[in-house]
Every structure is written in structure tokens, then in C-alpha cells.
Design a protein. Structure first.
Length: 133
């Protein structure tokens, strides 16, 4: 399994197992939100992998975005979801099948109102570094 797929699998499993996040979105953590998914929910957005080789090791840098949506009046729920995502993942030591996770960090988060004027979207950006196990 590629490092990217193994990391994606570990991130989604970690989020689905997180009690605080489950209290906010239930089991609505998706690898790409299904069409007509109920709100609130979280979905994996963009995922980019780049070489991260050193003189002695092969490795990869992964940049991922987690997106969330809510219609519960205002930014509060989105900020709570963002906080739960950050708490679950920032600095986490995830088991990435077949690979060693060197580091996992949150690089930023934001909340904004969508064009429909009713829906709020959260975004949490991650960076992770992996090496072969």
C-alpha cells in the first residue's frame, strides 16, 4: 500500500474513533462526502504527495485538507469541529501500515460562510512526513 493511502486510512480511522468528534458529527467522516450527505459532516479534501528524500532515506511529504460543513447558525459548530480535528491529529503518532510516520502537524484552520448564505465550511490543513518502515 502506498504511504499516501496508508496515511489516509490511518487519518480517517483515527477521526472515526474520536469520541469528541463523534459527539459533533456522529459517524459522518468520509473519504469524499457522499452526494446529499447530511450536515454536519467531515470529508477528506485535497491530498498531495511530494518527494521528501534525505541523503540517507527515501521519504514523502503529504499535504492534506479536511473539510467540514454545518448549517447550525454561525461559525460555532465549525470552530468546534475544527478544534476536534486538530486535537485528534496534531502531533498524533498514527500507525501508518508499511510506513513510519515521522511527523504529523496541523498547519492551519479556517471557517467561512458558503455562497448559499446558510452553510458554513471549515478547513483544517495537515502536513505529514513518512519513510519506508
Amino acid at each position: 500500500m502506498s504511504a499516501a493511502l496508508a496515511l489516509q486510512t490511518a487519518v480517517i480511522a483515527t477521526l472515526r474513533a474520536d469520541a469528541v468528534l463523534a459527539g459533533l458529527v456522529g459517524d459522518a467522516v468520509h473519504d469524499g462526502a457522499p452526494q446529499n450527505a447530511g450536515l454536519p459532516h467531515v470529508a477528506l479534501g485535497d491530498f498531495t504527495t511530494l518527494p521528501w528524500d534525505t541523503a540517507s532515506e527515501d521519504g514523502e511529504e503529504h499535504r492534506a485538507t479536511l473539510l467540514s460543513w454545518s448549517r447550525k447558525g454561525g461559525r460555532r459548530e465549525i470552530h468546534e469541529i475544527n478544534a476536534a480535528l486538530i486535537a485528534a491529529l496534531h502531533g498524533a503518532d498514527l500507525a501508518v501500515a508499511g510506513h513510519a510516520l515521522v511527523d504529523l502537524r496541523v498547519t492551519g484552520a479556517d471557517a467561512r460562510r458558503e455562497a448559499d448564505g446558510k452553510t458554513w465550511r471549515g478547513r483544517v490543513r495537515l502536513v505529514a512526513f513518512t519513510e519506508p518502515a
